[in-house]
Design a protein around this ligand. Structure first.
Ligand code: NAD
Length: 480
């Protein structure tokens, strides 16, 4: 069986414990590979390697670092087929989606930050005749990057690329549920000639490897994406060493559809925003609010289209919804459907495990599920489910839409559908979400600030925000 390795000081190595964890293909329910069950000693070695590589890497010009990143971007593009298949095998997502979204985006992250670092400038503040202040931004040193399983290589590279571009050296940990593409990235970095120790990848459990990275006194900053409860632990641990943190956490995102919207487009997009990647994207809409005049019409068309989504083998090109990432997660999602019923919800479609015959008969599939008639305050409408489950409610007027949307402890992303531009601005400004999409969903521009409010996180990533996070500002004041 294939065994993945850690990538430390430029070499592929087993964990010091020599122990391994099982890695499942969630579409078949089979263990298909093993990943190192790493421990604190492995993190120590990775941090030492990163520390050793820092002076030389940080001393390179931005143009030279940029060249390495662009080379890695090209290598990711050349390995697209292998990486996409690995991503699908680890996550259960449709192969066409890995090909269309995950892997191109991972390459784009390296390319984007490879270019961004050559355009990164700092401020100066001049008081004529008195003093000139200028801000110098330098890398932090060794930094940690910890990422989740839902968009494995896409989110891993979203952190690693800006950290390296800014001149830091990195100790990174992918999710233990999806180690495959990060493992292939190690091989890509070796082939691309990335100097040893600049990027180190340590596989294993969050409580051991992740915790050791966050605790380590030599790690100056941690960029973390994952669940809110884990984010809280990371913040508490990081506080001990006054570590800088960027926390991209969970969401419970509203999709608000006004009567004056482009109806067909709104329905089609609501299907996409609810069920793309099995609903396992932090930006998926999971609470749909529809203005009362079109509520019944929306329900009819929406449920018809959701019912038509093909669930099944992720390798099948027609499949729109693949397997959930693990049996544990499948059970969690189904428990929420049971809870919704107890809370008085009506299941309009789905609501059960999906049995797929053949190769995937033991896979972790859940039918796309639509639930109506629940109060906004119930647990189903307040807690993150992170699967192919949406609730639908009606509203009357913009004020009610805003208050229903904001009634949440999360604040990651909101989605509005209307043809009234003035209202779109007004509603957007009153919604407490880090990202608001109007008449579109998941349209990303890598230069924009990305992140959540409230329990959805702390800090912003993207463009120069990421480069600012990964650098320390120093003010130099010169008396004129
Ligand atoms: P998770 O919190 O369980 O794990 C995330 C990562 O943290 C994994 O690599 C894990 O091993 C590691 N980890 C676990 N315990 C740790 C600890 N004590 N210290 C340090 N690291 C630790 O999250 P998940 O289940 O992998 O991902 C799903 C969650 O991620 C959802 O809540 C989703 O909304 C969120 N998410 C957020 C964004 C965003 O941009 N805001 C993007 C994707 C996913």
């Amino acid at each position: 069986m294939k065994k993945f390795a850690n990538y430390i000081d430029g070499k592929l190595v087993p964990s010091t414990s020599k122990d391994y964890l099982d890695n499942y293909n969630p579409a078949t329910g089979e263990v298909y590979s093993l990943l190192p069950d790493s421990c604190q000693e492995d993190v120590e070695e990775a941090v030492a390697a990163a520390k050793g590589a820092f002076p030389k890497w940080s001393g390179l010009s931005p143009e030279d670092r940029s060249q390495y990143l662009i080379k890695i971007a090209e290598a990711v593009e050349q390995s697209q087929a292998e990486l996409a298949l690995a991503e699908t095998t680890d996550t259960g997502k449709p192969l066409w989606l890995s090909n269309a979204m995950d892997i191109p985006r991972a390459a784009a992250n390296f390319r984007f930050f490879g270019h961004a670092i050559t355009q990164f400038a700092s401020e100066s503040h001049l008081v004529d005749g008195v003093a000139l202040n200028y801000t110098r931004r330098g890398p932090l040193g060794v930094v940690g990057c910890i990422s989740p399983w839902n968009l494995p290589l896409y989110l891993f590279t979203w952190k690693v690329a800006p950290a390296l571009a800014a001149g830091n050296t990195v100790v990174a940990k992918p999710s233990e549920l999806t180690p495959h593409t990060a493992s292939l990235l190690s091989e890509i970095c070796i082939k691309a000639g990335l100097p040893p120790g600049v990027l180190n990848i340590v596989h294993g459990a969050g409580g051991k490897v992740g915790q050791s990275i966050v605790q380590h006194h030599e790690v100056k900053a941690v960029s973390f994406t994952g669940g809110t409860a884990t984010g809280r632990k990371v913040a508490l641990t990081a506080a001990e060493t006054f570590k800088r943190t960027s926390l991209e956490l969970g969401g419970k995102n509203p999709t608000i559809i006004f009567e004056d919207c482009d109806f067909d487009l709104a329905v089609e997009s609501a299907v996409r925003s609810s069920f793309t990647n099995q609903g396992e994207i932090c930006l998926c809409g999971s609470r749909i609010y529809v203005e009362e005049g079109i509520y019944e019409k929306f329900l009819g068309e929406f449920v018809k289209q959701v019912d038509a989504l093909k669930v099944g083998d992720p390798l099948d090109g027609d499949v729109k919804v693949g397997a959930l990432v693990s049996q544990h997660h499948q059970q969690k999602v189904l428990q929420y459907v049971a809870l919704a019923k107890q809370e008085g919800g009506h299941i309009l479609c789905g609501g059960d495990r999906q049995v797929v015959v053949g190769r995937c008969e033991r896979g972790y599939f859940v039918q796309p599920t639509v639930i109506a008639d629940l109060p906004n305050s119930c647990r189903t409408n307040q807690e993150e489910i992170f699967g192919p489950v949406v609730t639908v409610q009606s509203f009357k007027g913009a004020d009610q839409a805003i208050s229903l949307g904001n009634e949440s402890s999360y604040g990651l992303a909101a989605n509005i559908w209307t043809s009234d531009l003035k209202m779109a601005h007004n509603v957007s400004h009153k919604l407490h979400f880090g990202i608001v999409w109007v008449n579109t969903w998941l349209l990303r521009d890598l230069r924009t600030p990305f992140g959540g409010m409230k329990n959805s996180g702390l800090g912003r990533e993207g463009g120069f925000e990421s480069l600012r996070f990964f650098t320390e500002a120093q003010n130099i004041c010169i008396k004129l």
